[in-house]
Design a protein around this ligand. Structure first.
Ligand code: BTN
Length: 266
């Protein structure tokens, strides 16, 4: 089976129940789908951009996101929040849950996990990552959620020694339809975003526990220039990582300022 070309009409076939107007820009090549949406004027409509390839795909902490043409998903969504930006606390976790719920539609039995705050992991290899950026206006906040999913990439021919990665093709042995995945992703992402901004993180906590990759593991974190090693005890009600250094020293870490190294890989 040949991978599908990205196509707006095809994507729209998979969002029949979305009750919000959505603008979908499908591009052959762009510097970064996040940067593209950042340059667009604000809108009350949901804005989506996806591209066959990115020349300057961006990851967290200034890293580059490898974006070979025609194989994977490079996707960004821009949503407007009229309320207080504090309602967005936990957004990176909730976006990752939306990715997991999307992928479960296509791979119901695959053991997928989230490495806090937003790496999707299969067999200790990275399948997907996301980059969230905010644009603060006078009376609203625009949120850009950028998601990269390795779909049909041949990961063996392009190995990154430091950062093991995998694709949906590695998991299932079949070529996947990117337009269908993108359609489902738009639905899940939007509904998760609405639930987070109306009800907070609480409704997602049970779901998080079932996919938490780090819980119970020895981990070293670099946070605000300090290195701390301890056991991960899950997340708290606002989505911070709970790290037990000693019985009396518990740290609560926010995602923006923390990078992680696992001590004992399973
Ligand atoms: C990470 O894991 O470091 C985040 C990776 C985010 C990559 C996606 S690909 C689509 C969107 N556009 C970008 O430039 N980055 C995000």
């Amino acid at each position: 089976m040949i991978p599908d070309k990205l196509n707006e009409t095809e994507i729209r076939r998979f969002i029949p129940t979305l009750d919000m107007p959505v603008c979908i820009d499908v591009l052959d090549c762009i510097d970064s789908t996040n940067s593209y949406l950042k340059r667009r004027p604000s809108s009350e409509r949901i804005q989506i951009c996806c591209a066959e390839t990115q020349t300057q795909g961006r990851g967290r902490f200034g890293r580059t996101w490898y974006s070979p043409s025609g194989e994977n998903i490079y996707f960004s969504a821009r949503f407007r929040l009229e309320g207080d930006a504090a309602l967005l606390s936990g957004l990176s976790l909730v976006s990752s849950l939306a990715v997991i719920h999307t992928l479960k539609t296509f791979l119901p039995n695959a053991p997928l996990f989230i490495k806090w705050p937003n790496d999707i992991i299969w067999q200790d290899k990275k399948l997907s990552g996301s980059l969230i950026e905010l644009i603060i206006g006078h009376h609203y906040t625009d949120v850009i959620i950028g998601i990269g999913i390795n779909v049909n990439a041949d990961t063996k021919s392009h190995a990154f020694n430091e950062k093991p990665w995998c694709s949906l093709y590695d998991i299932s042995g079949i070529i996947h339809h990117r337009n269908a995945i993108i359609g489902h992703l738009i639905e899940h992402l939007y509904h998760h975003f609405i639930q987070l901004t109306t009800s907070g993180l609480e409704p997602f906590l049970k779901s998080w526990e079932t996919v938490d990759y780090l819980s119970g593991r020895e981990t070293t974190v670099l946070s605000q220039g300090h290195t701390i090693t301890g056991e991960v005890m899950g997340i708290d009600k606002s989505g911070r990582l709970v790290l037990k250094e000693t019985e009396s020293q518990i740290h609560y870490l926010s995602s923006g300022e923390t990078s992680l190294t696992l001590q004992n890989k399973p």
